[in-house]
Design a protein. Structure first.
Length: 139
């Protein structure tokens, strides 16, 4: 697609609505389309993978708790692996937060994935902390 082209979406009240890529002018005077922030995309991917990992870990921990007679032994290897994976996921979510924040401050890049990654990472972190808090105070 050439820099001057746009995609015609429709006409609303005699006004043409089009989708034009976000662009910028570089030092040579040429117009270039902005690219997405790589840090933002990484933050977004970490948020999605972290959310799925948290769901799987909580689901599996609940399954082991329910199917084991007397509940899951806190000193078992299964409990250790679940705890380690949960901590690793928490560290990944924190890395995603930092990447999202960093991606928001990148110049000459689109920031949508950085904002989405930051927001989703915060949500996953808060939901995970809330579920853990409920679990610790269930008695």
């Amino acid at each position: 697609m050439a820099d001057t082209e746009c995609i015609e979406v429709g006409i609303v009240d005699n006004m043409s609505v089009s989708l034009q890529p976000e662009s910028m002018t570089d030092t040579t005077g040429q117009t270039r389309v902005q690219r997405h922030s790589g840090l933002g995309v990484a933050s977004f991917v970490i948020a999605i993978v972290g959310f799925v990992a948290v769901l799987i870990l909580f689901g599996y921990a609940g399954y082991v708790e329910v199917t084991t007679e007397g509940g899951m032994d806190e000193d078992s290897a299964v409990a250790f692996v679940i705890g380690f994976c949960f901590l690793a996921t928490g560290v990944a979510i924190l890395v995603g937060l930092v990447l999202g924040l960093t991606g928001l401050f990148q110049k000459k890049r689109k920031r949508i994935f950085a904002a989405l990654g930051l927001g989703f990472n915060v949500i996953v972190l808060l939901v995970s902390a809330g579920i853990l808090w409920l679990g610790f105070n269930a008695d």
